[in-house]
Design a protein around this ligand. Structure first.
Ligand code: ARG
Length: 316
């Protein structure tokens, strides 16, 4: 079961991240693009052509693109069985790196630290990150590569069904995300709304299961993966019913580095044109059974995740 495997990987990853904080670039370096074979094949085909960028970016003068992510966001990024970040975004940025002729090193860190780390700890960030005006004040973005929407995870049978029902609710989010911003905004207009930001969406979901919060607002695909882990207990509600607007994911990079932006956009366009991008969407998002990690290994990796992992096992 794909969802369970992804979730198990996520649980293991949650520990890995919380232990190491802002990752060590060496640990996460360039492992294979994916556990599955189809992506690796697609990626190496794509690598045959090397992009010649106009101008040079000093960010990649060393031949290495250092990429920050927060591997707590399946299916876009999670930590696999070997402790390495994997997922759609990771495979995508590795394919982009191959097109650009640079080595890709992935650093796993807290989502909330990504934007401020660009240009110092990391060159770019790929993390299911939504283009927002506020972030654009600090960083530039690539062309958008995926459209998203916030979803609402509720306990089965919850009375929460639409925007008005969020009044009076304690809402879990991931710190620094657009979901967090949406709930902050709600709370500023309705003092009965509480925003409860967590380091990861998985931790928010744990508190939802414990009854400490009323719902969790997080992007659609992670919401579906997380709630599918607790079939019968949780459901993910379409954000349209809550009047949430569409969001675009893009790669964030240093402001004003147009050489880098041009190269990344060109690589992205090439990957769309040659079918690699669609293959990655199928593999990771629309999902063949590809996403790393066996349940048992992931469960034993993480003591903190044991409660959740037991639930997983029980739910089989
Ligand atoms: N799309 C949302 C945002 O940009 C959430 C992204 C969270 N990503 C992650 N890797 N944890 O704020």
């Amino acid at each position: 079961m794909k969802m369970k495997k992804i979730m198990a990987a996520v649980l293991a990853g949650a520990m890995a991240v919380s232990m190491c904080g802002c990752g060590d670039s060496k640990a996460a370096a360039t492992t294979s693009a994916a556990a599955g074979s189809s992506t690796a094949a697609a990626a190496s085909t794509a690598a045959a052509s090397t992009a010649a960028g106009e101008g040079t970016s000093k960010a990649i003068a060393d031949g290495v693109l250092t990429v920050g992510t927060n591997a707590e966001f399946p299916p876009f990024e999670y930590v696999d069985d070997n402790g390495d970040p994997d997922g759609f975004d990771i495979a995508l940025i590795k394919a982009i790196g191959e097109k650009m002729g640079v080595k890709v090193e992935v650093q796993n860190m807290e989502f909330d630290s990504l934007v401020s780390s660009i240009g110092n700890k990391i060159d770019v960030a790929i993390a299911g990150m939504t283009i927002t005006d506020e972030r654009k004040e600090t960083v530039d973005f690539s062309d958008p590569y995926y459209e998203a929407l916030q979803y609402v995870i509720v306990p089965s049978g919850s009375a929460i069904k639409s925007a008005a029902d969020l009044s009076g609710k304690n809402i879990g989010t991931q710190l620094g995300t657009t979901g967090d911003l949406i709930v902050q905004d709600l709370a500023s207009k309705d003092s009965t709304v509480t925003d409860s930001p967590y380091d990861t969406a998985a931790l928010a979901v744990q508190d939802l299961l414990n009854g400490k919060i009323d719902c969790v607002i997080i992007d659609k695909n992670p919401a579906e993966v997380l709630s599918a882990q607790y079939t019968g207990k949780l459901s993910a509600l379409d954000g349209k019913a809550f009047d949430f607007g569409a969001e675009d994911y893009a790669i964030a990079m240093p402001k004003g580095d147009t050489a880098l932006q041009t190269q990344i956009n060109k690589a992205l366009a090439d990957l769309k044109a040659d079918g690699t991008f669609d293959a990655l969407v199928k593999q990771y998002i629309e999902g063949s059974d590809s996403a790393a990690a066996s349940d048992s290994t992931a469960a034993s990796t993480s003591a903190a995740a044991s409660t959740a992992a037991e639930t997983t096992t029980a739910a089989k």
